[in-house]
Design a protein around this ligand. Structure first.
Ligand SMILES: O=C(O)[C@H](O)[C@@H](O)[C@H](O)[C@H](O)COP(=O)(O)O
Length: 238
């Protein structure tokens, strides 16, 4: 099936006729990148987003026959809820990605019981420090408001979240538009990845992306795209 591929200064647009075709293509690219990383350095580090979009991609990726026992999976961000919560990104990953072949992967969550989200973020940064950085693959989503990860425009510490020089790994987020308090990888860790894909579906998300990349106040997704040293690959289907 023909696919629309447009390349602009800082992102490559990969349009697909349907969501299944997108999931097949993106799962294949992720698998290739992880396999390449394993061949190069013996392991691979993958960070995925939550929300409602990625379930089909996760299911497709979970059946891909790569050396999952050499892959560490973590989250781009997490709501401050236990894995048993329907709002949990860790729960989404456990149910959809860490199945089948991918059940052999190591999963490093972000949520831990803690007295505060700030304590949880500090504990996470310590726990994740020993991972084989930089990330090999990051899968981002995007909200209709142009947020990505948990970089919400109304976050009190947005400047810190988007600081390209940040040495922090995990940061706490308080943002009314984000619902629960959040834990998120810093932008600095995300854009250092070897491959960053933005996975969006539906006409509303395409309109929101086009709007975010247009003139006007720079929304978080545009700040991430502009900070990335390599073009981000956008994967979209109607
Ligand atoms: O925890 C989260 O919600 C995600 O990590 C977030 O960044 C998500 O990717 C967007 O909000 C899109 O969410 P949908 O896929 O539900 O539209």
């Amino acid at each position: 099936m023909a696919r629309e591929q447009l390349t602009a200064a800082r992102f490559s647009w990969n349009g697909f006729a349907d969501r299944r075709e997108l999931a097949t293509a993106l799962a294949g690219q992720i698998a290739d990148r992880l396999t390449g990383a394993i061949a190069e350095r013996g392991s691979a580090l993958l960070a995925v987003s939550g929300g409602t979009t990625p379930a089909k991609l996760f299911a497709m990726l979970s059946t891909t026959p790569i050396a999952w026992d050499k892959v560490t999976v973590t989250l781009v961000d997490e709501r401050f809820v236990p894995p048993s919560s329907p709002r949990s990104n860790a729960g989404l990953v456990a149910a959809n990605l860490l199945q089948n072949e991918a059940a052999a992967a190591r999963f490093v969550p972000l949520y831990h019981e803690a007295a505060s989200i700030e304590d949880a973020a500090a504990a996470d940064s310590e726990a994740l420090r020993s991972l084989p950085w930089p990330l090999d693959v990051v899968i981002l989503g995007m909200g209709g408001d142009g947020h990505t990860a948990s970089f919400f425009s109304d976050a009190g510490n947005l400047g810190e979240l988007l600081d390209p020089a940040s040495r922090r790994i995990v940061l706490p987020v308080h943002a009314a538009s984000g619902g629960e308090p959040r834990l998120t990888l810093s932008m600095a860790r995300i854009v250092a990845a070897g491959f960053v894909a933005l996975h969006i579906e539906g006409d509303d998300k395409r309109t929101a992306f086009d709007g975010a990349m247009g003139s006007g106040a720079k929304k978080p997704i545009r700040r991430v795209i502009e900070a990335a040293p390599r073009p981000i690959e956008v994967f979209w289907a109607p």
